[in-house]
Design a protein around this ligand. Structure first.
Ligand SMILES: [Zn+2]
Length: 182
């Protein structure tokens, strides 16, 4: 399952030194060497997945359960205001994360983390179109087949998006039944 070119797989295998704080059969937790805040940790599944949407449901729940527990430990240890639990492909601008890691971001009054955005101004018709698109995609997810390893559904979806009209039809999305349970 490991990807020999993936830096996070190398960390898991001990080929790259890391500031390890947590280790079990499923996950390793390390201090980010370029921390966004004091106690910023990377929770790394030991299996390589390109993104969380490839992770089977049962594993996904275990990873997030462990991440929440370690986040709570950070709360106890460092007394931040909160610990944000974040999955993203691009936390640092221009740097795409190849491995489905979960960031634990302790938040302090004086941190420089900025999740703040300017709300989009949308018309009622935009909300209707967006809502309808997601609702119909949810129906596809309910009946979806398991993706093959060669398929990269999330990356493909990302490429097909961009500044196109909301009404535009997107190609079919393949998502694992194991990944999404309703
Ligand atoms: Zn990896």
């Amino acid at each position: 399952m490991e990807d020999e070119n993936c830096v996070f797989c190398m960390i898991v295998e001990g080929k790259i030194p890391a500031k390890k704080v947590y280790d079990d059969a499923l996950m390793m937790g390390v201090l980010d060497i370029n921390p966004a805040s004091k106690g910023h940790m990377l929770m790394i599944p030991k299996k390589h997945y390109n993104n969380i949407y490839e992770i089977p449901q049962d594993e996904f729940l275990q990873y997030y359960s462990i991440a929440r527990a370690v986040g709570y430990a950070i709360m106890l240890a460092l007394a931040p205001n909160n610990v944000d639990i974040l999955y993203t492909k691009e936390l640092t601008k221009g740097t795409v994360t190849p491995h489905a890691i979960i960031h634990l971001l302790p938040r302090y009054d004086d941190d420089t983390i900025n999740h703040v955005w300017q709300p989009l101004k949308l018309e009622e018709s935009d909300f209707a179109a967006i809502g309808n698109a997601i609702e119909s995609a949810i129906e596809k997810v309910k009946g979806a087949d398991i993706p093959k390893a060669s398929e990269k559904p999330v990356e493909e979806i990302k490429k097909q998006e961009g500044p196109k009209p909301i009404e535009e039809k997107k190609p079919g999305i393949t998502i694992s039944k194991k990944v999404v349970v309703f």
